[in-house]
Ligand binder design. Structure first.
Ligand code: 5RP
Length: 239
């Protein structure tokens, strides 16, 4: 691994360690998806063992589920525990108001469901995820779409000024299929000056299941380098 990659991994680990401090005995914990959240899952399993904690977890993806099971974390469901105490998740972009773009791991819909069921949402990310404006550097907004609707949704995104691409991946021909059996459109809009308006507009398009714009869901973000930790806090969830 190149030194800069090692430093990035150390930063992710550091953010995960900070977030894990919020987990207390008997908590129901939401497990985020992605490489940074994976550090939180591993660190949580160590904490559960060391401190003999009684923790039940709700994963936001098949990836998080498999990792949690591998590390001996007990899984529960939203049916059994519709309110989650703390969720720790990653992000692709974070603006100064703690609005996020998520979904480069295609887990955005379950991540948003879990976030909305959570009392305290903690986002962990290395410093490269911090931006002034969401959509900067032409970063796309991942959008989960029912496959039947892909072509009309593509057109409608173009009509509102977006540039959509159906996500494909290595190791499989054709579109990425999410844990919910849907496709992902990555749509660039340039810098998003009014994310709330864009979110509302996208949500009116039939066939769009969910977007990767996470607005007003985050309570705390830990943004790290390998040597520094920045904590950004919002006292109350406003949605
Ligand atoms: C998955 C996500 C991830 O949290 C996001 O992509 C960040 O991943 P990573 O920590 O690997 O950069 O939203 O849908």
């Amino acid at each position: 691994m190149k030194p800069e990659n090692t430093q990035l991994e150390q930063a992710k680990q550091k953010a995960a360690q900070e977030a894990i401090k919020h987990i207390k005995n008997n908590h129901i914990v939401g497990l985020g998806s992605g490489s940074t959240a994976a550090y939180a899952i591993k660190t949580l399993s160590q904490k559960i063992r060391n401190e003999k904690l009684n923790i039940l977890a709700i994963p936001t993806s098949y990836q998080a589920f498999l990792l949690a099971v591998k590390h001996g974390i007990t899984i529960t469901t939203l049916e059994e525990h519709p309110t989650i105490d703390v969720t720790i998740d990653g992000a692709d972009q974070i603006d100064p108001h703690l609005n996020l773009i998520k979904g480069m791991g295609a887990a955005l819909t379950r991540e948003k469901i879990v976030a909305s069921a959570t009392k305290q949402n903690i986002i962990i990310a290395d410093h490269t995820k911090k931006v002034q404006t969401l959509g900067e550097n032409n970063h796309p907004v991942p959008i989960e779409v029912i496959p039947f609707a892909l072509t009309p949704v593509n057109r409608k995104i173009q009509q509102i000024g977006g540039n959509p691409t159906i996500r494909e991946t290595k190791g499989k021909l054709g579109p990425v299929i999410t844990d919910n059996g849907n496709a992902i459109i990555d749509a660039t809009f340039g810098p998003i000056n009014n994310p709330k308006k864009l979110e509302q507009t996208l949500k009116t398009i039939p066939g769009i299941v969910e977007t990767g714009l996470f607005l007003n869901t985050t309570n705390i973000a830990y943004i790290t380098t390998n040597t520094t930790t920045e904590k950004i806090e919002r006292k109350q969830k406003t949605t």
